[in-house]
Ligand binder design. Structure first.
Ligand SMILES: [Fe+2]
Length: 297
C-alpha cells in the first residue's frame, strides 16, 4: 500500500470510529447523526428524502393529518400576531386534538432504547416556510433551557416520559419581538441584545407527562419556556411559523435573580438575555419515522 493510501485508510478508520462513537453517545446504534444539519434549533430543511418505512403504513398517520391541517391553515391565512391559536383557528384546534393520539410508533421511535440516550437530541420531521414539525428527546435530568419563539405559536405533546415545564409571558402591551415589513423582511429595531433585561410573569409551572393533552404557547402567552426532564422524554412540537421563514433567531434567557427559581403563577420574574448555551442544546439527529407527503388539498 502506498503511503498516501495508508494515510487515507487510517483517516477513514478514525472517521468511522468517530461516527460510531457519536451514534453510541446519542442513540445507541439505531440512529444516525444528521450530518446535513448543525442547526441546534432543529430548523431542518426538508430536502431529505421521504422514508416511510417506520410508519404505520396508513395514509392516516396522525403526522400526515397534522401536516394537512397545517397546510390548509397556511393556505387560508396570512401571518398575523396571535392568529394561530385554538380560539381563532379551527385548524390549530384540530391539530391539538390529533396530537392527543400521537404515540412513539407514529414517529418510528417505538423500538429504540430511549433510556440509553446520553444527551439531548432533536429530529426535524418537516420544515417549510409556513410551519415546522420536530421531535425533541431529552434524557432524564436534561434541560431544554429558557428560550423563546418570536412571534410564533408552538403546539407540544409528550410521547414518552415526564418533564417539568415553566413558561413566561412578557409584561408588555405589544408582544411583537420583531417588526415585520411587507416583504417579510424583519426590522432589527426590536431584536434583543445580550444582557438585556426582560420583565415577565410566570404563566406555566407544572409537570407534563404522556397522559397530558397537547398544549400550546402563543406570541403573547408563555412564549418563553424551559423543560427539565424528570424522566427520559420525547416531545413532539409543531412551530407556526417556523424559526427560519423569515429568519427569527431564538433568544435564550437566565434568571436575573437566582432566588426567582421558586415561583408561583403570575409572579413577576426578571429574565436576562444570554448567549446560546450550545453545550446543552439538542444535537440534530436524522429522523427515520413517517414523513408526511404533500397532497392536493
Ligand atoms: Fe420551545
Amino acid at each position: 500500500m502506498s503511503s498516501a493510501a495508508s494515510i487515507i485508510n487510517r483517516y477513514t478508520k478514525k472517521l468511522n470510529h468517530f461516527v460510531n462513537y457519536t451514534k453510541r453517545l446519542i442513540f445507541g446504534v439505531n440512529s444516525t447523526v444528521d450530518n446535513n444539519n448543525n442547526n441546534s434549533n432543529c430548523n431542518h430543511n426538508s430536502s431529505s428524502s421521504n422514508n416511510n418505512n417506520n410508519s404505520n403504513s396508513l395514509g392516516n398517520n396522525p403526522i400526515q393529518i397534522i401536516y394537512e391541517y397545517l397546510s390548509k391553515l397556511a393556505a387560508s391565512q396570512t401571518f398575523s400576531m396571535d392568529i394561530y391559536s385554538p380560539e381563532n383557528s379551527e385548524y390549530i384546534k384540530k391539530c391539538l386534538l390529533v396530537m392527543n393520539n400521537l404515540n412513539l410508533s407514529h414517529v418510528g421511535l417505538e423500538d429504540l432504547s430511549l433510556n440509553q440516550i446520553k444527551r439531548s437530541a432533536c429530529m426535524g420531521i418537516q420544515n417549510n416556510e409556513n410551519f415546522e414539525m420536530a421531535i425533541f428527546i431529552l434524557p432524564k435530568g436534561a434541560i431544554l433551557p429558557l428560550h423563546d419563539h418570536p412571534n410564533m405559536t408552538v403546539l407540544s405533546k409528550i410521547l414518552l416520559g415526564r418533564l417539568h415545564l415553566q413558561g413566561f409571558s412578557r409584561n408588555i402591551e405589544n408582544n411583537n419581538y420583531y417588526v415585520f415589513m411587507n416583504n417579510n423582511e424583519q426590522s432589527n429595531s426590536n431584536v434583543l441584545q445580550i444582557n438585556q433585561q426582560i420583565q415577565t410573569s410566570i404563566t406555566e409551572n407544572c409537570e407534563k407527562s404522556i397522559s397530558d393533552s397537547a398544549w400550546y404557547l402563543s406570541p403573547s402567552n408563555s412564549n418563553i419556556h424551559q423543560f427539565v426532564a424528570l424522566e427520559t422524554c420525547v416531545i413532539f412540537d409543531v412551530l407556526v411559523p417556523p424559526y427560519c421563514f423569515p429568519n427569527r433567531p431564538c433568544n435564550y434567557y437566565a434568571f436575573e435573580n437566582e432566588t426567582d427559581k421558586v415561583l408561583n403563577i403570575n409572579d413577576n420574574v426578571l429574565l436576562k438575555v444570554i448567549s446560546e448555551p450550545s453545550n446543552i442544546l439538542p444535537i440534530p439527529v436524522k429522523y427515520n419515522g413517517y414523513k408526511p407527503t404533500e397532497k392536493v388539498l
